[in-house]
Design a protein around this ligand. Structure first.
Ligand code: FES
Length: 122
């Protein structure tokens, strides 16, 4: 069902965890499956994402997209990270089964929520 790249991210996810005193925190859920994803970000004074961590209580696709999405936003400015689309994450994973595309939306939403939390505290 999943390609090798997705399986590799699922089997060995990057950036699992939670950043204490995070600059921005986002938690989103998918009402249809009940899965939950949270993302915490460490953002420096110049608005660059120094670190990103996730905890996902969800399916393999949700875990793989969380891992890839956190890798993709590290080192980016918050403006650039806000432009990250779930399609970009799916492309970086070289595709997801059609019925699993909705899982990748969680990663995009959680990152946006974490950045908006950071911006609201500034
Ligand atoms: Fe719920 Fe994938 S089935 S996020």
């Amino acid at each position: 069902m999943y390609n090798d790249k997705v399986m590799a991210q699922f089997a060995n996810p990057k950036n699992v965890g939670y950043i204490e005193n995070a600059s921005g925190y986002g938690k989103v859920g998918n009402a249809s499956c009940g899965d939950i994803m949270e993302i915490s970000l460490d953002i420096d004074a110049n608005g660059i994402i120094r670190d990103a961590k996730f905890r996902t209580f969800g399916c393999a696709a949700a875990i793989a997209t969380s891992s890839m999405a956190t890798e993709m936003v590290k080192g980016k400015s918050v403006e650039d990270a806000l432009k990250l689309k779930n399609a970009d994450v799916v492309e970086a994973l070289e595709g997801l089964p059609p019925q699993k595309i909705h899982c990748s939306v969680l990663a995009e939403e959680a990152i946006k929520e974490a950045i908006n939390d950071y911006l609201s505290k500034k």
